[in-house]
Design a protein around this ligand. Structure first.
Ligand code: FES
Length: 145
């Protein structure tokens, strides 16, 4: 193997390792929970936020009745935000990573409140009021918060 080939192979391997590490990191931090259908919304147990290393910053709620998942962020104490993971640009499903939701289609990004932070999307995500009810979170899907 000559020097050029060695460098080319090494660079490809480094890019592959960096990409793989990023994918593993984002997969490792996302926790999915199946919501329970209620008359006016969805319910998830507060225990869904319990992680091995403390309270999870967010969980992704799925349900067969929902066209898109809902990302629920723990803000502080009993404050949560819930946003529909459907891009307001052209409706692609968003991906979550930390405090950001990003769109794989054209690169829009949103904060944990659903505000558009990067174009081409300019409108906020659909968001829902969240209340703590005992050991459950209730996501009110009748209205937008
Ligand atoms: S559909 Fe999300 S940026 Fe276009």
């Amino acid at each position: 193997m000559d020097r050029k080939e060695f460098l080319r192979t090494g660079c490809i391997a480094c890019i592959g390792m960096a990409f793989g590490a990023a994918m593993l990191q984002s997969c490792a931090t996302t926790s999915y929970v199946k919501g329970a259908r209620m008359p006016d919304g969805m319910q998830v147990p507060l225990s869904a936020f319990d992680g091995k290393e403390g309270k999870r910053p967010y969980v992704v709620m799925k349900h067969d009745d929902l066209l898109f998942p809902v990302c629920i962020y723990h803000i502080e104490n009993d404050r949560y935000s819930a946003v529909l993971m459907s891009c307001t640009h052209q409706g692609a499903e968003l991906q979550v990573s930390g405090d950001r939701l990003t769109c794989p289609a054209h690169g829009s990004s949103f904060d944990k409140w659903g505000n558009a932070t990067e174009a081409p999307a300019t409108l906020p995500l659909r968001s829902f009021p969240v209340t703590v009810q005992g050991d459950q979170l209730f996501i009110d899907m009748r209205k937008q918060s």
